[in-house]
Design a protein around this ligand. Structure first.
Ligand SMILES: Cc1ncc(COP(=O)(O)O)c(C=O)c1O
Length: 449
């Protein structure tokens, strides 16, 4: 049963009814019985409709890296909305689409110098997989059709993304998915990695499984490998030291494209514009979304290396290079928001700031180790995750109770994955707010044990 709730007295026919919205990735009835509603945001905080501040320890959903409702971003969106609402991205263009692509490319390492724009991380994942297939086919390697993901990976919810993804609840009800997919093993091993700060020492050898897949399927059938530099949705699992370099070496040896899904790690989360830079590895493609506009307007995209762009864009014949795109690719509001966001990141040195505060963040977050029931703590960049014991009535129930208590009693927004709290605050967080995040989480942990 949903409760009557004064959502907004001007909102429509049934303003007090939460029933109609079929909420994504949410237990609808439990939420509607005890809603966690926010209606305003500024900098590090959300505010409930009653005006109660909620400390945002999740940057919304790993998006609001510059903090919320920053004036330059708000103004850029307002100005763009008044100037030009929409422009078709097929066969026509507008200046900000080119400007933002150049800015994003300039932030990427190596020759990742072209950008295909879309509207979300899911679209970015599917776009990258399609580009990989089309790249090999265009170069005459039409047998290279197999895509390799990784257990516990998350690449959004399109059919491509869930096929290469490795989270069973996201896959099991959705039919046979894409054919010709295989998965690398995940890199988490609690026994060997527990309570690591940053990249764990153990785990690079897990990349060798790719050699095994080459032996099994033959290199001539393999198109691309897609991994997140840090698995976010499955509970924030950083790449082990040396793991991504080894994947790059094996991909190079066999002509397999390497795709980094940087939808979470892009735009400063690990202290660099892209995690590829932190790890000194240049993948063939990087997918991004979220932080590209600090979450203010939906936007995603795929950075591709020069050899990929050149494969499609060979001559000045007026024929379409890639039969793929979205009506809202390079939407003017998204481009305006992104340009303002990228300015803010640069002016405030927010990526470098993460590198500076990472040790402070890690030390503070790891103090939660003293709490009852804690099984592991992981930190990397400005990300923290704490795993704790599940209750007997099922995995995830203790975390759900914790998330409710965090919101209603402690005034903090956290994310859960199974019985893990994952936090990833806006990059503008200050030291006292880091302390506040840890104190509030500590009190929540005390309450749920
Ligand atoms: C690594 C990764 N890839 C893709 C996605 C999907 O992004 P979206 O929800 O914008 O489709 C996410 C979302 O959290 C993600 O974390």
């Amino acid at each position: 049963m949903s409760v009557a709730y004064d959502v907004d007295s001007t909102a429509g026919a049934n303003p007090n009814d939460l029933e109609a919205f079929f909420m994504p990735f949410t237990p609808n009835r439990a939420f509607k019985a005890r809603p966690r509603l926010v209606s305003r945001s500024k900098d590090m905080h959300y505010y409930t409709p009653e005006g109660r501040p909620i400390l945002d320890a999740t940057a919304g959903l790993w998006c609001a890296n510059a903090g919320h409702n920053r004036d330059p971003i708000v103004e850029a969106i307002q100005k763009q909305a008044a100037e030009m609402d929409f422009a078709p991205p097929f066969q026509y263009g507008h200046p900000k689409a080119f400007a933002v692509s150049a800015r994003i490319a300039a932030l990427a390492p190596g020759d990742l110098d072209h950008v295909f724009l879309c509207n979300s991380g899911s679209e970015a994942g599917d776009t990258a997989l399609k580009i990989a297939l089309a790249y090999h086919a265009t170069r005459g390697n039409a047998t290279r059709t197999r895509l390799i993901g990784r257990e516990r990976g998350y690449h959004g919810v399109g059919f491509g993304g869930i096929s290469v993804g490795g989270m069973s609840p996201n896959r099991k009800l959705f039919g046979s998915l894409l054919p010709g997919i295989d998965h690398l093993p995940h890199t988490y091993n609690r026994e060997k990695q527990a309570f690591s700060k940053g990249e764990p020492e153990w785990g690079a050898e897990r990349a060798e499984a790719l050699e095994g897949l080459v032996t099994l399927h033959d290199a001539s059938t393999l198109a691309a490998v897609i991994v997140e530099p840090m698995s976010g949705s499955t509970g924030a699992i950083p790449a082990p030291k040396g793991y991504l370099k080894r994947l790059r070496e094996i991909c190079d040896k066999y002509g397999i494209l390497l795709i980094f899904d940087e939808v979470i790690t892009g735009f400063g989360r690990l202290g660099y514009a892209f995690a590829a830079e932190r790890y000194g590895v240049v993948p063939d493609m990087i997918t991004f979304a979220k932080g590209v506009t600090s979450g203010a307007v939906p936007m995603g995209g795929v950075l591709v290396r020069k050899h990929i762009y050149d494969t499609f864009v060979k001559s000045d014949d007026p024929v379409i290079d890639l039969f793929h795109g979205y009506t809202y690719s390079a939407h003017p509001l998204a481009c305006a928001a992104s340009l303002a966001t990228l300015d803010l990141y640069r002016e405030e040195g927010l990526f470098e700031r993460v590198r500076e505060i990472e040790p402070i963040w890690a030390d503070a977050f790891h103090t939660l180790r003293a709490k009852k029931g804690v099984l592991d703590i992981r930190t990397v960049g400005l990300v923290g995750a704490v795993d704790f014991e599940s209750r007997e009535d099922g995995v995830g129930r203790r975390a759900y109770e914790g998330m409710e208590r965090a919101f209603h009693e402690e005034g903090i927004m956290v994310r859960t994955a199974g019985d893990t709290f994952a936090v990833s605050p806006p990059l503008i967080i200050n030291e006292s707010q880091i302390g506040e995040v840890v104190d509030k989480l500590g009190r929540v942990l005390d309450k749920i044990f």
